[in-house]
Design a protein around this ligand. Structure first.
Ligand code: ADP
Ligand code: MG
Length: 687
């Protein structure tokens, strides 16, 4: 058996199971073995139930006696099971996971790992993982570490464990993509060994060794692609050289309602210099919320258009794409530019018309969302692609847009300053411009961290602001698609506020409001027809209203610092003093307040990003965890900073010695890169 064999070569995998596995991204034996365990049970360290102590994390194994399911208040629910062994019995409890009930075998044997706590005087355990034990007694102790895989749908842990076992047993010699020298230098086990040790380790030490290899490798492939791209870019003839300045940029520039800041002008001249060169531009603009990236983007796009090319601007949400289209429409005035908005909600005839316009070249400028990179959208002469709020897009998507043109110039804009330790990793192939100056007249937003006890005073203050004709936001935590409870928070908050401020016009906005309604509410707020906007983070990047002077964030402890900073950037855009209140709930604890105070003490997005990263790790900073982009599946940039440095050096060294990887000894590396590229293309098609 080889890594490229179809999973159907495995006993017990027919067409149905193969389809289930495909949903996990598993098509070949290689995919199966690179489906990393999420965690392990340590079958050798089972705690007798009678010995459980609150505060510890323990693995228990016993027989399920009674099962219970209860509805709690506010749409919360609890599943419980009494687990018994020779030494005692303990309730296992799951909150808000009603489906667990169907997976628990009454009278059957169950293994669980989780935190032990005391509730109303009794010991209980909240499993983070559990599985039904079907092995015989003797096998259980012999198992050592048992892999726990990420699962969906109809694939069980037991089945997956069986398949990885079988695959490893039958696997022939595997070709290691990493040359032996490199492996030895980095002290990494060979691929075959590492696979066996990752899935079925004999000890935690063996598992860590295997994990280290795959984490290193993951970072290495990433860095290698950056290194190869950097080589590509050094080839001067591969891109588009835009011609001399034309008519449109000066015309629109003269009509702007403000003077560009020095930072905007500097950034723009860096962009223009890149655009004139034949070398394709790959530039990142970092600029805090409100620093004025949009107008810079527009002036860059116009430069491409007056040189006879098309431009594209891609935003992460429909609201933002729509706002860009409006802003740009306004700034364009009657300049001779054909612009079109293409989002998921543009359908049927309009969509076909726009697609045709882009393909023929009748449309100069496309503003949109993911819809721009979907199949069926082709550009005749794409010269510049701009991606706003880069961190929300996966890398695959960034590549997909740039593939729409021969080798278009690429500009990436982000309002989340990237911690320095990550900048090279994520943007190592990009040149960086920083808009590090705010347009004149911006005042810092007075930021206060408050608690429940100050709510009355807060409402008194809001009443004054509203009476003065000012507007504001009350923001609730993100809606998790599967969690009805948070949605209710925003909705009931809306009702309570409407009651509390009877003379104010209060509106509600969240991710499930239909697009037309969303747009209507936003327009009304911008026009001053709504005083108080109760919302989820859909407003994070969406709204720009100068008369909005205050923001209240409920459950501020549930947001990342960078996200709070972005939210706060929605106020203080006008002349009047602006306020941000971060409401921390009583359960959140003292450190949540401490964390939020970082925002009260600084407006520097870079400082905030560093702190956010330190506290929460890369997934949250980049939003990948929420968006499920599988950029790094096993490496963890916080924990693996040293591995990253090593992998980066190794990758750049390799490319220094063999710029296009043509040496025979590097052929396995080349093949592996192709395999990864195929997988990315696959993901881009799906997403
Ligand atoms: P962001 O960088 O967050 O995308 P925007 O591009 O939305 O910021 O700009 C924020 C606001 O500042 C907009 O209302 C824009 O019109 C305004 N603006 C941009 N540049 C300037 C400038 N040089 N002087 C004054 N206002 C500006
Ligand atoms: Mg912007």
């Amino acid at each position: 058996m080889s890594l490229d064999d179809d999973v159907r070569f495995l006993p017990g995998v027919g067409p149905r199971k193969a389809a289930d596995l495909a949903r996990l991204g598993i098509r070949t034996i290689g995919d199966l073995l690179l489906h990393y365990p999420r965690d392990y049970f340590d079958a050798r360290h089972v705690t007798p139930i009678g010995d459980l102590r609150p505060g510890e994390t323990a693995t228990v194994l016993g027989t399920v006696r009674t099962l219970g399911e209860r509805k709690l208040r506010a749409r919360r629910s609890m599943v419980s099971a009494l687990l018994e062994d020779e030494t005692g019995a303990v309730p296992l409890v799951w909150f808000n996971q009603p489906w667990v009930a169907g997976q628990l075998p009454r009278g059957g044997r169950l293994r669980a790992i989780g935190a032990v706590s005391r509730f109303q005087g009794r010991i209980q355990l909240s499993p983070s993982e559990f599985d039904v034990v079907e092995e015989a007694e003797g096998e259980i102790a012999a198992a050592g570490l048992l892999p726990i895989y990420p699962l969906t749908g109809n694939v069980s842990q037991k089945a997956l464990r069986g398949w990885t076992r079988t695959a490893l047993d039958r696997l022939g010699r595997v070709e290691d993509p990493l040359p032996e020298d490199l492996r030895r230098e980095q002290d990494l086990p060979p691929l075959g060994v590492a696979l066996a040790e990752l899935h079925w380790p004999e000890s935690p030490l063996a598992r860590d060794r295997a994990r280290r290899r795959f984490a290193w490798e993951e970072l290495f492939w990433w860095e290698l692609r950056l290194a190869l791209k950097a080589v590509e870019r050094r080839r001067p003839e591969s891109g588009i050289a835009m011609g001399a300045e034309g008519e449109i940029v000066p015309r629109v520039g003269r009509a702007l309602p403000f003077e560009l800041t020095r930072a905007q002008r500097r950034t723009l001249s860096e962009i223009y210099r890149d655009m004139r060169a034949t070398r394709p531009m790959n530039r990142l603009i970092q600029g805090d919320v409100g620093s004025g990236k949009t107008v810079v983007a527009l002036l860059a796009l116009l430069r491409a258009i007056e040189s006879g090319y098309q431009g594209a601007l891609m935003a992460p949400t429909e609201i933002l794409a729509e706002q860009h289209a409006r802003t740009i429409g306004r700034l364009l005035g009657d300049a001779p530019v054909q612009a079109a908005l293409l989002t998921g909600s543009v359908g049927g005839k309009s969509r076909a018309r726009i697609a045709a316009g882009l393909a023929e070249g009748a449309i100069d400028l496309a503003i949109g969302t993911h819809a721009l990179i979907q199949e069926g959208v082709e550009f005749r002469r794409l010269g510049l692609a701009i991606i706003d709020e880069q961190h929300r897009f996966g890398v695959a998507q960034r590549l997909a847009l740039t593939r729409k043109g021969a080798v278009p110039d690429v500009l990436v804009m982000t309002a989340t300053p990237i911690p320095r330790s990550l900048a090279l990793t994520f943007y190592g192939d990009l040149d960086v411009s920083r808009i590090d100056e705010m347009p004149p007249g911006r005042k810092p937003v007075a930021t206060r961290v408050i608690g429940e006890r100050q709510r009355d005073r807060l409402y008194g203050f809001l009443a004054e602001r509203l009476a003065a004709g000012e507007q504001g936001y009350v923001v609730y935590p993100l809606i998790e698609e599967s969690e009805a409870t948070d949605l209710k928070d925003a909705t009931s908050g809306y009702e309570a506020l409407a009651e509390r401020f009877p003379s104010a016009r209060v509106a509600l906005l969240h991710g499930r409001v239909p697009p037309e309604e969303k747009d209507r509410v936003m327009r009304a707020f911008a026009a001053g027809e709504v005083d108080l906007l109760v919302a989820t983070t859909v407003i994070e990047v969406g709204v720009d209203v100068a008369n909005a002077t205050f923001m209240v964030v409920e459950h501020a402890e549930r947001f990342g610092l960078s996200q709070l900073h972005q939210l706060r950037g929605r106020v203080g855009r006008g002349e009047r003093a602006a306020y941000c209140f971060l409401m921390i709930s009583p359960e959140a604890g003292a450190h949540a307040r401490e964390r939020a105070r970082v925002l009260a003490s600084t407006h520097d997005g870079f400082v905030i990003a560093e702190e956010d990263f330190r506290l929460r790790g890369q997934g949250d900073v980049f939003g990948t965890r929420q968006h499920g982009t599988p950029d790094f599946r096993i490496a963890d940039l916080e924990r693996d900073v040293d591995l990253l440095a090593a992998a980066r050096d190794a990758a750049f060294d390799l490319v220094d010695g063999d710029p296009v990887l043509e040496r025979p000894e590097n052929a396995p590396i080349r093949r592996w890169l192709d395999r990864l590229a195929a997988r990315d293309a696959d993901l881009a098609r799906q997403g």
